[in-house]
Design a protein around this ligand. Structure first.
Ligand SMILES: Cc1ncc(COP(=O)(O)O)c(C=O)c1O
Length: 445
């Protein structure tokens, strides 16, 4: 069957969405252009453990897992029971819920930098809260950042700093329209891994920097001493050090990258995996940095929602009970080993590397201009074999050894196909999808 038949309902819905939803999706990473449009599934109807079913009733092994938000597995029975029981008691009260205090105590116990907590419903708004608190606590305005921190004005204003034609746009393809240009220069990017560059920025803006906001890492370990150096610079310059652990948190250790690498920021931003897919975000930090927030206007009705609190309490306890750190290490290392074996078997140059909680396939191509085609072909052919992935992988505790081995078996076939396409000089002839697009460049590896 031609594959646009296999995902026909997905494609029809996507077409309907065009007239009704600007941009078609709510999250850029869910756009079909991020995968192999024409072959990748776009709409799902249900999900369980490591798999989901799309609207065309195809089953997929899922290596995307709601962009990392699913950590125990889809529809985890224990988290879902806790949420259902909470629905029966009340999803949101007129009064406050003691669950807020219980979760703050649990976060204090597991996240090294946590002494006080505020909640949100997502990662971007948690970052905006962290930026507000850091500015309010220091009386300074400037934020130096490295990484992706969401959609809010404080951060997206950095788009104005670069001429789009230069190709150095921090968030390529996304226009800053709608963000007041007057905010340009209130948040400045720095390059992850370059301590000297950060030091120069701090000197150039001596006394103005409220916060150094960064993803401590994504797929590569930081250079030795780098995060310690950033911590020291923040202290020397009186800036609040904020780790955005929305994407890297919970998998390496329940306490996040800061627990894994032993570097403690002043404040930490959490979301996604903290609640196994239920809307939840948090800003935690030292008492000194967080306490001034009591005098700031940081307030929203649904931040008191009980379902996210119940989901988060249960998810974090389950991660600990299920020995998550050790298991993610085993899953990630096995996936890296098997995918590297598949590359060798196919005779395709490249490697699966990265850290165990975020393995990444990097193909060595004769020409960089072939990358979009090679990556799209990989995504397309894995989708046809019932595996939903892109070039990086986010596991859940529901992924089994058999899932890993099957992924590698399919990948070996697909790598052989890519190798044949490269050898014949006509990779594009194998493509039956639109080329995958890079939506924005993150300033951290
Ligand atoms: C590091 C990081 N910060 C913030 C966000 C934004 O979180 P949300 O999409 O929940 O607003 C993301 C989402 O991908 C992220 O990866």
């Amino acid at each position: 069957m031609p594959d646009n038949q296999r995902v026909a309902r997905s494609l029809q819905l996507y077409q309907r969405a065009e007239a009704l939803i600007p941009g078609r999706t709510q999250l850029i990473s869910r756009r079909s252009s991020q995968f192999a449009h024409g072959n990748s599934p776009i709409y799902a109807v249900r999900a369980k453990d490591a798999r989901f079913i799309d609207v065309d009733e195809n089953e997929y092994l899922d290596w995307v897992n709601a962009v990392g938000a699913i950590i125990l597995g889809h529809s985890d029975p224990i988290v879902d029971s806790a949420v259902k029981e909470q629905i029966d008691r009340g999803s949101i009260f007129t009064l406050n819920s003691a669950l807020e205090i219980e979760l703050a105590e649990l976060l204090n116990a597991v996240i090294p930098s946590a002494e006080m907590a505020r909640y949100t419903k997502g990662g971007g708004e948690a970052n905006a809260v962290a930026a507000r608190i850091a500015r309010g606590a220091t009386g300074r305005n400037l934020i130096l950042f490295s990484g992706y921190h969401g959609w809010h004005d404080w951060y997206q204003s950095a788009n104005y700093l670069v001429d789009p034609a230069s190709g150095e746009f921090p968030f390529a393809g996304i226009e800053p329209i709608g963000v007041p240009p007057e905010l340009a220069g209130t948040a400045l990017p720095f390059t992850w891994g370059d301590l000297g560059g950060l030091r120069d920025l701090l000197h150039a803006h001596e006394g103005d920097v409220a916060a150094i906001m960064m993803e401590p890492m994504r797929t590569e370990l930081p250079p030795p001493g780098y995060l310690e150096g950033v911590q020291q610079l923040a202290r020397t310059h009186g800036a609040v050090l904020i780790f955005d652990e929305v994407s890297c948190g919970f998998r390496p250790r329940v306490g996040g990258v800061q627990a894994y690498l032993g570097v403690k920021p002043d404040m930490t931003v959490l979301a996604k995996a903290m609640s196994n897919g239920y809307p939840m975000g948090a800003v935690v930090g030292s008492r000194a940095v967080m306490e001034p927030a009591s005098r700031m206007f940081i307030s929203s009705s649904y931040w008191s929602d009980n379902l996210g609190l119940a989901a988060s309490l249960t998810t974090i306890r389950e991660l600990e009970r299920r020995d998550s750190a050790q298991r993610f290490e085993a899953i990630g290392k096995a996936l890296i080993k098997h995918l590297n074996h598949a590359l060798r078997e196919a005779g395709l140059a490249g490697a699966c590397g990265g850290v165990f909680w975020n393995p990444v396939i990097q193909l060595d191509l004769p020409d960089e201009s072939l990358r979009a085609a090679a990556n799209t072909l990989f995504i397309q052919e894995m989708a046809r074999r019932g595996i939903h992935c892109n070039m990086s992988f986010k596991a859940t505790l529901a992924h089994s050894q058999a899932d890993i081995e099957w992924t590698a078996t399919c990948a070996a076939e697909v790598f052989s196909l890519i190798q044949a396409g490269l050898a014949s000089g006509d990779l594009l002839a194998l493509l039956e999808s639109d080329l995958t697009k890079e939506p924005f460049r993150r300033l951290v590896r």
